[in-house]
Design a protein around this ligand. Structure first.
Ligand code: PLP
Length: 457
């Protein structure tokens, strides 16, 4: 047997849980950004694993001494880079149970609870976010994979039988996808993988507030049509990566509908904020969306990974991806078999952590924490506005972008100083050609005192 008894595990697991609780309580003692140099972690280890095994105790001390210094603490309340995230206590507990059960939800019957809890939790989330009730949801690992699936469905919805005949060697028009210049790079990556090519992605310029300009979208589509292109999909971003800007979903969706394009809305980050009714302006016009992405692993306190794809056209997703070999044929055809709606066969029980997060904290607490984050961002922007040496470029939801009036070099040097301090971590962006420091607030343990440290530099 691999594990003849559970006693060693029991002892080590208790210790690990104590370690995790201490980690949550005293995470401030770590520098946010790891200070190791390239290769530092790897060179501490032997060339091959042990033949005879090691105790959990020995491994634990290796974890603390060799591995932990190479960790950038995403769970630190002063992690403000990229999109800050939360491995919440409820989420961590669920991950432990998910690993222990180790069930694979490829078919309903391979673990009915996996499928049914996914359907249930995604229905709850959809309603909690105020999304239309006709949406079908599926959990995948990331928003990048979800936009890939959505654009594959978009391509299939054109009726060109790409599924059956592929793209190459056929007399087909060029297919194009339209998104804003501020859309996430995952749209372009999906286009690469799906055979649209980089030239198949048309980036529409944003306005002064970094929102896609519908008039330019209309022009681009008209110009392409005149050249024989077949527009396939339009992607709007509701909460862009750089600034949290919201594209005009209603106007963009109306153009997509008129042009017969699939309409995808990327709300990977800001979608979570709509658990608060006051942020539902984000969804104005959302009923036109064919697919929507929201990432609970960004701003909904669920440990990575957990990204939700909603669609009002699950039958298209299914027609695109369903392929059932003999050994997976089942008589439970009335049930959802999530393998039919994407690439992956095996699926983790991610729904358990989303369910645990919603049920343990309750929507009211989740709303209050999100409101707190937006409040911190507004206060930070207010404080920065008061400084003559600083220009606030944008503030939207919990994202603030600012620069020093002294220019790009001075701003980049300030960022380096902040990050080298170990006290906090911020990332950067470039807007209108100018370098900006970008602060994204989103960790469940963040308090104003953590954010205020930014002002001390
Ligand atoms: N969409 C937006 C707006 C994002 O900001 C990001 C990542 O930050 C993504 C998509 C990709 O997310 P994921 O890491 O889940 O693929």
């Amino acid at each position: 047997m691999l594990d003849p008894t559970s006693s060693e595990f029991r002892e080590a697991a208790h210790r690990a849980v104590d370690w995790i609780a201490d980690y949550f309580e005293k995470i401030d003692r770590f520098p946010v950004l790891s200070r190791v140099h390239p290769g530092d972690v790897q060179k501490q280890f032997a060339d091959a694993p042990t033949e005879t095994g090691k105790t959990y105790e020995a491994l634990f001390s290796e974890f603390e001494q060799k591995i932990l210094p190479g960790i950038t603490h995403w769970n630190h309340p002063s992690f403000f880079g990229y999109f800050s995230i939360t491995g919440s206590q409820a989420g961590v507990l669920a991950e432990l149970l998910i690993a222990a059960i180790n069930a694979n939800g490829m078919l309903w019957k391979t673990s009915p609870a996996l499928t049914e809890l996914e359907t249930l939790a995604l229905g709850w989330l959809r309603d909690a976010l105020g999304l239309p009730s006709n949406l079908f949801g599926i959990i995948n690992d990331t928003a990048s994979i979800n936009v890939f699936l959505a654009l594959a469905a978009a391509r299939e919805a054109l009726g060109l039988d790409v599924r059956g005949q592929g793209l190459a060697g056929r007399d087909l028009p060029a297919l194009k996808i339209y998104c804003s210049e501020h859309a996430h790079s995952s749209v372009e990556k999906a286009a690469l993988a799906l055979g649209f090519g980089q030239s198949g992605v048309v980036k529409i310029s944003g306005d002064d507030e970094f929102r896609m300009r519908p008039d330019l979208l209309e022009h681009a589509i008209a110009r392409d049509r005149a050249e024989g292109v077949l527009p396939c999909a339009v992607v709007a971003t509701a909460g862009t990566t750089s600034t949290g800007a919201v594209d005009p979903v209603r106007a963009v969706g109306a153009i997509a509908a008129r042009e017969g394009c699939w309409f995808h809305v990327d709300a990977a980050y800001a979608g979570s904020a709509t658990v608060c009714p006051e942020y539902r302006f984000l969804w104005d016009g959302i009923e036109a969306a064919d697919s929507i992405v929201v990432n609970p692993h960004k701003w909904f306190f669920t440990p990575i990974d957990c990204s939700v794809l909603y669609t009002r056209r699950p039958e298209v997703l299914r027609e695109t991806f369903s392929l059932v070999p003999e050994y997976l044929k089942t008589t439970d055809t009335a049930e959802i078999n999530y393998m039919d709606y994407g690439i992956q066969l095996g699926r983790r029980f991610r729904a358990l952590k989303l369910w645990m997060v919603m049920e343990h904290y309750g929507l009211e607490r989740l709303r209050n924490v999100i409101r707190g984050h937006v409040g911190f961002a507004e206060r930070l922007a207010d404080e920065l506005h008061k400084r003559e040496d600083v220009e606030v470029i944008s503030q939207s939801f919990s994202v603030v972008v600012f620069r020093l009036r002294d220019g790009d070099e001075a701003t980049a040097a300030l960022l380096e100083r902040m990050n080298a301090s170990g006290k906090l971590f911020v990332s950067h962006t470039k807007l209108h050609g100018q370098y900006g420091i970008r602060v994204a607030i989103g960790n469940g343990a963040t308090e104003w005192r953590h954010v205020a440290e930014i002002l001390a530099f």
